[in-house]
Write a protein that binds this ligand. Structure first.
Ligand code: VGL
Ligand code: ZN
Length: 198
């Protein structure tokens, strides 16, 4: 069975990647993902019981970023450096997060993937990481882009289906993104299926 696999976490080779769990993507934020904050309890629970490397990405835009509607882009202004909205959600347990990767910092470039314009691939390689567990926001944008790029980097990729939420601008968008990821070879499982013993 490809789905709902029980997987044993190997702290020497596995990393948890937490994508964009920031105020602006949670209820009340500038680009709120429905139930975006619901990813926090499973992520925190995993952080607590697993000792693998934990990395958080964050959308970190300058005020003049090209993705903003006021600059001709598709999105409301969000995750502007220095604002409350760009901060990680206060409920996220950052104590176990040892690396923070900022993306989308170039005003001229959109960067949905945590690998785009960052040193994330190099970091993971240096640390001997072979597999990533991907969680966070939003399923059909930054989670998908990050997961697919991880695959391109030669990593095994497991998306934690209970620890992601999508925007769902159009009906079917989220399901389509999940199908695309599965077709590419990404495994989906629930965070409680991960066994942490090392
Ligand atoms: C994202 C839209 C714009 C995301 C970031 O984190 O999924 N979505 N910027
Ligand atoms: Zn953005």
């Amino acid at each position: 069975m490809r789905n709902k696999e029980k997987l044993r976490i190997d702290s020497s080779k596995d990393a948890l990647v937490i994508v964009d769990v920031q105020n602006d993507f949670c209820p009340g934020g500038a680009l709120a993902v429905p139930d975006g904050d619901k990813v926090i309890p499973p992520i925190n629970a995993l952080l607590k019981r697993a000792s693998c490397l934990a990395i958080a990405t964050r959308d970190w835009h300058p005020k003049n970023h090209c993705s903003f509607q006021e600059n001709g882009g598709p999105w409301p202004t969000h995750c502007v450096a220095g604002t409350k909205g760009v901060e990680f959600h206060p409920g996220l347990d950052l104590g176990r997060v040892s690396l923070i990767v900022s993306k989308g910092t170039d005003p001229e470039k959109e960067a949905y993937s945590g690998f785009e314009g960052t040193n994330l691939a190099v970091l993971l390689r240096q640390k001997g990481i072979k597999r990533v567990f991907v969680s966070g926001l939003a399923t059909e944008y930054c989670v998908k882009a990050t997961a697919l790029d991880a695959l391109k980097e030669g990593l095994q990729v497991v998306v934690l289906e209970d620890a992601i939420r999508g925007v769902g601008l159009k009906a079917g968008d989220i399901e389509k993104a999940i199908a695309e990821m599965k077709a590419a070879g990404i495994v989906f499982t629930s965070s409680d299926q991960l066994m942490a013993n090392s």
